[in-house]
Design a protein around this ligand. Sequence first.
Ligand code: AP5
Length: 221
Amino acid sequence: MAKPTYIVMLGPPGAGKGTQAKVLAKKLNLTHVSSGDLFRENLNNKTELGRLAQSYMSKGELVPDDVTIAMVEERLSRTDCVGGAVLDGFPRTPAQAGALDAILNGLGGEVNIVPYISVPAKVLVDRLGGRWMSHSGRVYHALNNPPKVKWIDDVDGSPLYQREDDKPETVQRRIDVYLEQTSPLIEHYRSLGLLVEIDGTDDIESVTADILEAITGAAGL
Ligand code: AP5
């Protein structure tokens, strides 16, 4: 049986990791695994993990490594990830990166490639301030990627909402936390020869094309 493929999307909050991960997963026939979406699912289902996560997410802080790692490990062990996954929002600390290697090793795979979507802080604030979400996880932007009808999901017609943690003061904290705790992973994956840097300031389709070109060249996917 072919080895599973694992792609790790890296980049600051609002860089477009989720937007691109969904497209890549579809094109490459992999499963999209987003740690943020998993926490929000737990929140909606009012689980104990959801309540714990909310206390960190609302402040823009990271949820502790142990619970985050256990949650992602469980998700990656499900049958829909047997061919691999596009990981979005995980790992976010060096400890999570180490844990991911051990998890993937146990699943017969490894991190194959790490697209790092780079976007300046000013653009991130505008993107997150204009982001609208559907309850099924589709992501829109008021200017760059608007729904056909204002604040209504194109697919199921349900009302869109704005994320609690997209308020300007929380966005700034999320960017600071990213710089302090997550950005060291850029050098980590670069030193392993796995990083491909993508300019995330282009429009969504161009960024997708750049990622596809880079990962095909670099990892032979
Ligand atoms: P999470 O949900 O992962 O949030 P994030 O990493 O901050 O990333 P975002 O979802 O905000 O941004 P994105 O890069 O996916 O951008 P998007 O595609 O939506 O995490 C939330 C919280 O959960 C964390 O703060 C933490 O508390 C907790 N958490 C999650 N994972 C954790 C972990 N591993 N460890 C500990 N805690 C964890 O795009 C943004 C907007 O821009 C959209 O409106 C989109 O339409 C638009 N857009 C996208 N691309 C473009 C483009 N090229 N041009 C113009 N507009 C664009």
